[in-house]
Design a protein. Structure first.
Length: 94
């Protein structure tokens, strides 16, 4: 089962989901607190999502995701994982 690349991909997607939920919770708390920091975070959230989606589309159109479904899925996941982890580190930093 561990040799199956799709099983490993599923586990990585599950892990990314856990990280993404923690980022959502941290962002929700920051925005709920209000103030200038909340407004900046809300704007940052929208711009990051847009930029990340456009960057992924550019990768797909230029062949940067690979030629197989497995490589495309793995590289797409890595693309989002970098962004989510960076946000989690930034939001948990005091």
């Amino acid at each position: 089962m561990l040799r199956n690349p799709w099983f490993r991909f599923g586990v990585n997607v599950w892990s990314l989901g856990i990280d993404a939920s923690s980022v959502i919770a941290l962002r929700t708390l920051k925005i709920a607190a209000g103030g200038a920091a909340a407004e900046i975070e809300a704007c940052r959230m929208v711009s990051e999502m847009t930029e990340t989606g456009l960057a992924l589309q550019a990768l797909a159109l230029t062949g940067g995701l690979g030629l197989t479904g497995q490589s495309a899925a793995t590289k797409m996941l890595a693309h989002y994982r970098r962004k989510v982890r960076a946000n989690r580190r930034r939001l948990t930093k005091r």
